[in-house]
Write a protein of this length. Structure first.
Length: 651
């Protein structure tokens, strides 16, 4: 039975039902409507529990009246049906109703509805644009996705269990007392009026304080996760005290927010306790006075007092539930800042799959500046075409727009003007999934998933065989180090896990795994953004030979600050201040004597040779000589297509 109930709501179902609305009520209904039948059943069981609990004081009153009878045997015989009904109600029906209420809550809604909300929230958030994640803490985003699901489900369930329960119970109790004598119902009626007044006064303040507390709690999580994620930097710079202060600041702020919230709750609970005491005392006083006047029987008083006591007793529980409801509403409101955010850079209506037959890429009047109107654009009226199968290198100083150009090609950002076409298809008119599936990219800042080596490589082509994964690793010069790996759980080779962001591997090892992933993907367009920057010269030379084969028949865009790595490209495009200032082959640009020639000269000898000569002169000066003896000289040695080298020789 429990397995059946727990399978009624599939937590990972119904993704893609549209964006969660920005309004609070709409946001709640977006998720609640998917499981509304189960909430309705809980509504029915809560009503049944409230009505049964109301009937119990009535039975107590009838028992008191029964015991006042002079002919006890006749009274028992006369009330036998009532007594049997009371036994059946308390011994059988109430436990069954309570059980039904419990299993709906604990075996259907808690596991199912919670994970359904969490899954759909994650599904929506993970499809946000790249800038969404760049502008926030990963820890805060994750915390909001996780906490909002609990808070939303719990606030709805508490509203049904507590608020609906006391409303149903209170109205029934008030009606029973009024039927016996209307004066007995006066304290209960006044209590309800006062209770509603206090809820109206305290609840909005509790909600606001709960939202503030939730926001600060998420910030605590964000800062703690930020420290953990960047623990290597923290250790390298010996900044533990600064990190302590960074986290302590927000924890102190969180403590202050919790303190303000608890002060308000304490005030509310004190007022409620006073109200409950007044309700019980006044009901008892009126009941005894009416009994003394002979206007009601002892059984009526015996019915009224348990009803009032149950209201007072339940009110404390309800007040905590109401407090929790609005705490959770505050958490939901805070979570909506991440979850109820419309997607940016979504596929346009009617977007079709990209079909790459040749691999031609054309940039037409491309202008982009990250939305900043008060600064020059990063790319300014860019126009050029990459022919099918052509290998181009992008060259330029840092900030010239090289990486931005690639990000626009991948549609991580939307153009402000112009368009980019692949085989005549505007990338803005095709689906992003198909666009990125057609482009294989190796980035400079390589980040791996906290999974096995094989899973990371297979990310390029999920259905690839083990043999294909191993072949890709061999081409990326990664196989030899992979087979020698063992992780902290003694998993070996391709099964070894790499740690968060791949921290268990060196920079060069991560880059080779990333290279294997792209080799396995085998996309028709290849983008290399400093793809070999973390490799030593020997491994880089071996990989470059593999890359030549990988580039065969593909359109290639390569970015490298180390010009020797891209000198063999078919064409080099030199960017400066967002514009193309030169383009041509390596030899053509050297003959031109412009930007590229200066960059090449600085890297391959001019600047470095000057520095070495200065160092040699300084060393010899310490020995009493002002210049290299015997005509010694510093000689730059460089060769196009090889690593830059500088050899200092002496005659």
């Amino acid at each position: 039975m429990f397995n059946y109930l727990q399978s009624r709501i599939r937590g990972t179902a119904s993704a893609g039902l549209g964006e969660p609305p920005a309004g609070l009520i709409g946001f709640y209904w977006h998720f609640v409507r998917q499981t509304r039948s189960w909430y309705a059943l809980m509504f029915v069981t809560s009503l049944a529990v409230a009505l049964i609990d109301t009937a119990i004081p009535v039975f107590i009153g009838k028992l008191v009246s029964l015991m006042e009878a002079s002919d006890r045997q006749a009274a028992l015989a006369q009330q036998s049906t009532m007594l049997i009904s009371m036994v059946v109600l308390i011994l059988l029906i109430r436990p069954l109703v309570m059980f039904a209420d419990m299993v709906i809550r604990q075996n259907v809604l808690i596991p199912g509805a919670t994970n359904l909300i969490r899954w759909q929230s994650h599904w929506h958030v993970v499809r946000q644009g790249l800038s969404f994640f760049q502008n926030d803490f990963a820890g805060r985003i994750a915390n909001r996705v996780m906490q909002t699901a609990n808070a939303l489900r719990e606030s709805v369930m508490a509203s049904i269990r507590a608020v609906w329960y006391i409303a149903a119970y209170g109205i029934s109790a008030l009606a029973l007392m009024a039927v016996s004598d209307w004066r007995l119902g006066i304290p209960t009626l006044l209590w309800f009026v006062a209770y509603l007044f206090y809820l109206r006064h305290f609840v909005p303040r509790m909600r606001d304080l709960a939202r503030v507390s939730s926001e600060v709690r998420s910030l605590v999580m964000a800062r703690v996760v930020d420290s953990y994620t960047n623990i290597l930097t923290v250790k390298l710079f010996a900044r533990l005290d600064d990190e302590d202060a960074y986290v302590r600041e927000v924890i102190d702020e969180h403590q202050a927010a919790i303190g303000a919230h608890m002060r308000l709750i304490s005030q509310f609970m004190f007022c409620l306790s006073a109200m409950n005491a007044a309700l019980l005392t006044s009901t008892a006083a009126i009941g005894i006075w009416l009994w003394a006047q002979g206007e009601v029987s002892a059984g009526v008083v015996a019915t009224a007092l348990p009803l009032a006591w149950q209201i007072a007793n339940v009110a404390g529980w309800v007040s905590w539930e109401v407090t929790a409801i609005f705490e959770n509403i505050g958490v939901v409101q805070e979570g909506m800042q991440t979850i109820a955010v419309p997607h940016s850079g979504i596929d346009r209506s009617g977007a079709r799959k990209l079909e790459v037959s040749r691999g031609e890429i054309r940039f037409e009047n491309v202008l982009f500046g990250y939305g900043r109107r008060d600064a020059p654009p990063v790319l300014d009226q860019l126009n050029f075409t990459i022919r099918p199968g052509e290998r181009i290198g992008l060259v330029g100083r840092s900030g010239a727009g090289k990486s931005t150009l690639v990000n626009l090609l991948l549609r991580f950002y939307e153009l402000e003007q112009g368009r980019i076409l692949i085989d005549g298809q505007d990338v803005a008119e095709v689906t992003q999934e198909s666009l990125r599936a057609a482009i294989g990219m190796v980035t400079q800042d390589t980040s791996l998933l906290h999974r096995s080596i094989a899973a990371n490589i297979r990310y390029g082509r999920p259905g690839a065989s083990d043999e294909a994964v191993r072949s890709a690793a061999q081409k990326a010069q990664a196989h030899d180090f992979i087979v020698g790996l063992q992780d902290w759980k003694e998993r070996n080779g391709y099964d070894a896990h790499v740690g968060e962001r791949g921290v268990k591997l060196s920079g060069g090892q991560r880059q080779r795994v990333a290279m294997a992933r792209v080799i396995l993907k085998d996309a028709p367009i290849l983008v290399l953004d400093e793809a070999t920057s973390a490799l030593d010269s020997e491994v880089e030379l071996a990989i470059q030979e593999q890359l030549l084969g990988l580039m065969e028949g593909k359109t290639v865009i390569a970015i490298a600050h180390r010009l020797s790595t891209i000198a063999r490209m078919d064409r080099l495009i030199v960017l400066d201040a967002g514009r193309i200032v030169e383009q041509g082959s390596h030899e053509e640009l050297l003959r031109l004597g412009g930007h590229y020639e200066r960059l090449w000269r600085h890297q391959s000898g001019g600047f470095l040779a000057h520095e070495i000569v200065q160092t040699e002169t300084a060393i010899d000066a310490d020995s009493g000589d002002e210049s290299p003896p015997d005509g010694g000289h510093a000689e730059p040695v460089h060769e196009a297509g090889s690593d830059d080298a500088l050899v200092v020789t002496r005659a």
